[in-house]
Design a protein around this ligand. Structure first.
Ligand code: PMP
Length: 436
């Protein structure tokens, strides 16, 4: 019966939960298949450069772990996470000014899972989540999967704008909307590439607390600043109104899938129950690997290695854009993290241009992926974390050429009659690993 009523391709189409309707494939995911081709310079994905890890030491750590503690490392563990690792996480968070108790930490499979748990615990369909404009695509996916109403709040050169935040809150409340969370990435924003200064963080916190709205502070890049300074987390100044998300994906290795949430006690309990329902417990093996690494390796030194590496790549991106990009193109100057946000000359649509860029063997993520409302057509996210400085320069050269050619097309056809170019397939495109 369902086969007749439903789609020919999917006989279960009538059976899905209502929330599944909002689960659509991210445009970034589908882009990775072409962007990962060796001939394409990908400024699209956000894969950390894990090859810079000391692999021999990692191998020793893992092999010693299995030999000496295999029976525990390969067993189920606590739903909240390993107590020793939680203790060590408090040391990592001290770097961003947070002094917390290990009991308030929940270890998760990457901070992505912590995002999911927070939304599961707080958001009913139709509840509002406030996010920066633009915002992290992986978080937008979680919010829409739980049928939240996502409302963007303007950013300026210092990040989330507190006046705009306050205005948005008042206007939504007048409409009778329930606002559950303010989701922000204050340090080295994905995709904006900018950071909130100390007073900006205070202002955002003031608006949130005055309106009694919980801040969800997502901080995977906080330790990856290029100027020697580590931004103080918002959570460092308020333990009651902020849930802080951290991750070892960028400071150690994304493949281990270890992140965490630091939450006020009552919320922490709910998160553990939600985590147990989702996965019973986080992987002991991955947690013990992180824990042994932190205990035996110079992890702070390794973070410095990553910072230097990403700084060099950031410089390669910015220096070559300065020389090569046509007039009217602007971009943010990241002082840490993985991304710069580029705004194209008036009239150019980054999404329509993408197949022409991939044909010219360079990929980026169109700005529309970072909004829920179709904005971002004139923008794109460029990431410099994975390609070498040489290929970043090559990629920028290709991209600048594509933008110039686009300006010529625009002159010839006008904005409403631009030619349509299909995405090249390079033979069989296969899904590739990458990160949002
Ligand atoms: N938040 C932000 C802002 C991110 O950029 C990412 C990864 N790209 C994540 C969360 C998820 O990281 P993970 O699950 O690997 O900790």
């Amino acid at each position: 019966m369902s086969q007749i009523v439903g789609s020919r391709l999917d006989p279960w189409v009538e059976s899905y939960a209502a929330r599944t309707a909002s689960m659509t494939v991210s445009e970034i995911r589908s882009l990775f298949a072409v962007a990962s081709r060796p001939e394409v310079v990908s400024l699209a994905g956000g894969m950390p450069y894990v090859s810079a890890l000391p692999m021999d030491q990692m191998a020793d750590t893992v092999s010693r772990l299995i030999r000496e503690r295999g029976a525990v490392a390969l067993q189920y563990g606590s739903g909240q996470g390993d107590p020793t690792l939680r203790e060590q996480i408090t040391e990592v968070m001290a770097e961003v000014g947070i002094h917390a108790h290990p009991d308030d930490i929940v270890v998760t499979a990457g901070s992505q899972m912590a995002l999911d748990l927070m939304v599961r615990v707080f958001v009913d369909p139709g509840d509002v989540v406030l996010v920066e404009a633009p915002s992290y695509v992986g978080a937008l996916g979680v919010f829409s999967a739980y049928q939240a109403e996502v409302v963007h709040v303007a950013m300026d050169e210092q990040g989330l704008n507190p006046a705009a935040l306050d205005e948005t809150i008042q206007s939504l409340r007048k409409q009778g909307k329930k606002i559950k969370l303010i989701y922000t990435i204050p340090s080295y924003h994905n995709p904006g590439g900018i950071s909130q200064g100390p007073s900006r963080r205070q202002q955002v916190l003031e608006v949130a607390t005055r309106n009694h709205i919980l801040i969800l502070e997502d901080d995977p890049y906080g330790l990856l600043g290029f100027d020697g300074e580590v931004p103080r987390a918002i959570r460092a100044d308020d333990a009651d109104n902020v849930v802080y998300l951290g991750s070892f994906s960028k400071t150690i290795a994304s493949g281990l899938r270890v992140g965490w949430a630091l939450a006020p006690h009552a919320i922490r309990e709910k998160l553990v129950i939600a985590a147990e329902a989702a996965i019973l417990c986080p992987s002991n093996y991955a947690q013990f690997t992180v824990s042994s690494y932190l205990a035996t390796q110079p992890w702070r030194e390794q973070i410095k290695v990553f910072r230097e590496l990403y700084r060099e790549r950031r410089d390669a991106l910015l220096d070559s854009m300065k020389v090569l990009m046509p007039d009217g193109t602007t971009w943010t100057t990241p002082s840490g993290g993985f991304y710069s946000w580029l705004t194209l000359p008036e009239g150019i649509d980054s999404k329509a241009m993408l197949p022409r860029a991939v044909t010219a063997l360079v990929a980026y993520v169109p700005g529309t992926g970072f909004y829920v409302n179709g904005e971002g057509r004139r923008a794109m996210r460029l990431s410099y974390c994975y390609p070498t400085p040489e290929s970043i320069k090559e990629g920028v050269g290709r991209l600048a050429g594509v933008i110039r050619a686009e300006l010529e097309l625009l002159e010839t056809f006008g904005p409403d009659a631009m030619p349509h170019t299909p995405m090249p397939t390079f033979g069989a495109n296969t899904p590739a690993p990458d990160s949002l």
